[in-house]
Design a binder for this molecule. Structure first.
Ligand code: FAD
Length: 480
């Protein structure tokens, strides 16, 4: 029988991020994907600043920044009449290299992750489906449609309909809003300049929106759709898209030339009761479903994978297996925040449509940057000195240093970093120690930054740092 240490199910953004995280730590893994070829549908339209920081750590943010845009304004029409043009909400911050959301299709994110994975020596096994599995004491026997494989850990990144989650018996409680459905799709459009997000919103029809993607010729169409006389929402197609756009826009110059993806979207608000059963984990849409308002789904999946990746690698390299319990401990509160935030943004949007005034701005707010999310309540967050604003569990704020280097460039990589206000005396293998005065909040002592960029510990005691780091290291890891 074939064997591997980690089997990743699904090569969406969650599975691919996890694969990159394991590959750059030299963990033995395989990643399988049911689809024979990469997805071509645009789906998510953007990366939030926190995800961009993560993708910068992985090494692909710069190319993604080139492929997307950050500043498309919103144009709101009533039929053919332009009633408002508002700039995109911006929440400028100096503590990140990426202060703005990046608009680009999910396909571009997946493409960049696949290229990075290939560079790191990983390969997606296309057209390969997990059909069944059995957990045993010494591993998980997985039935693929191509072979049987035994793995130590399995991570299901297999999307909202996750069959793995169901087989693991994990409840996915919540609600589905059957009454609110959207036609979504990718289209080519004539008669509109691709320099804005175009919205037609009315109490009568609901939403109709066209979002252009830079340098692709592709636009994403989203439009509210009512069920037909039989109570069923009709299946979208090119003719349907054309009829709908003509009816809602009253602008004969706008022509839908072609469509390469058509789908029906309905709001599901659900969260998995657990993220782990034995050595099987779930991540991404398999673990949480919510409204697309707020643009958080793909982003939260990427952040799940980024949390789990370094922990799996540490345990496989000899760290205490209890570390893996902190994945669920840290990520379930993030899913709850995501469900609550996207539901609130969804309500804002519904009100704007009902009232017939305002724009799409209430959907994009300072908190959806995800820069303020933290793990302060995590059992991994330790602090022995009082601090004003920064606490263990916070995302390590970035800072441009006097020498023109960002702090995040110093701690980029798969290792822990200790930022010391005194010349470094730490000598823990695999841990990078840097001496920077006044790096954070004038803290005197040590700030331990986890491999995922969150502050694990703030303390004055070197021995406390050393003890803390022993929890994560077998002593054999290297700084890459
Ligand atoms: C119209 C639309 C707009 C959206 N807008 C946004 C947005 O603006 N921002 C945002 O962050 N998110 C957005 N999302 C959500 C985003 O698309 C998802 O959150 C994201 O795709 C989740 O990634 P994932 O990797 O967890 O799952 P998926 O992308 O669903 O990937 C799961 C993969 O697993 C594979 N798979 C399933 N079962 C098996 C099996 N048994 N064996 C092998 N492979 C299997 C599937 O083929 C699939 O490729 C939007 C979604 C839609 C539909």
């Amino acid at each position: 029988m074939q064997t591997t240490t980690v089997l990743i199910i699904g090569a969406g953004p969650t599975g691919l991020t996890l694969a990159c995280e394991l590959a750059r730590r030299h963990v033995d893994f395989r990643i399988i994907e049911r689809s024979p070829v990469p997805q071509h549908a645009s789906r998510a339209k953007g990366l939030q600043p926190r995800s961009l920081e993560i993708l910068a750590d992985i090494g692909i943010a710069a190319e993604l920044m080139m492929a997307g845009s950050t500043d498309l304004p919103f144009k709101r029409f009533n039929g053919a009449q332009l009633i408002a043009e508002t700039p995109r909400n911006k929440f400028p911050r100096t503590d990140t290299r990426f202060p703005y959301s990046l608009l680009l299709p999910q396909t571009k994110v997946e493409e960049a992750l696949r290229a990075k994975l290939a560079e790191l020596g990983g390969v997606v096994e296309w057209g390969t489906t997990l059909t069944d599995f059995t957990q045993r004491d010494n591993g998980i026997i997985c039935e693929l449609d191509t072979a049987q494989i035994k793995c130590t850990y399995m991570v299901a990144c297999d999307g909202g309909k996750s069959t793995t989650r169901k087989k693991l018996g994990i409840a996915f409680a919540g609600e589905t809003h059957e009454e609110e459905q959207l036609w979504v799709g990718d289209v080519e459009v004539e008669g509109l300049e691709p320099n804005a997000w175009y919205n037609w919103m009315s109490p009568q029809y609901g939403l109709c929106a066209l979002f252009p993607f830079k340098d692709t010729g592709i636009w994403q169409l989203q439009a509210s759709i009512m069920p037909g006389p039989d109570g069923v929402v009709p299946t979208p197609d090119l003719e349907g898209f054309r009829r709908l756009v003509s009816e809602r826009t009253q602008m004969p110059d706008i022509v839908i030339k072609s469509t390469s993806w058509q789908s029906i979207y309905r709001v599901n608000i659900r969260r998995a009761q657990h993220y782990r059963v034995g050595n099987a984990f779930i991540a991404g849409d398999a673990a949480h479903a919510h409204s697309i308002a707020g643009a958080l789904g793909m982003n939260t999946g990427i952040q799940d994978a980024y949390n789990l990746g370094w922990k799996l690698a540490a345990v496989i390299n000899g760290a205490d297996a209890k570390l893996l319990d902190t994945y669920e401990e840290e990520r379930i509160p993030m899913a709850d925040w995501t469900l609550a935030t996207s539901s609130a943004r969804h309500k804002n949007m519904t009100n704007v449509i009902k009232e017939g005034k305002g724009g799409i701005e209430p959907v994009s707010t300072a908190d959806t940057t995800q820069l303020n999310l933290h793990y302060r309540d995590s059992s991994l967050s330790r602090q022995t000195i009082n601090t004003d604003t920064l606490h263990a569990g916070d995302r390590a704020p970035d800072k441009l240093l006097n020498n023109g280097i960002w702090l995040s460039e110093i701690y980029q990589g798969p290792h822990f970093t200790v930022v010391s206000s005194e010349p470094c005396k730490l000598n823990t293998p695999g841990v990078k120690c840097v001496h920077i005065e006044n790096a954070y909040d004038n803290i005197k002592g040590y700030v331990v930054i986890r491999p995922d960029g969150y502050i694990g510990m703030i303390t004055e005691e070197l021995s406390t740092v050393e003890d803390y780091l022993k929890t994560f290291h077998s002593g054999s890891e290297r700084i890459l």
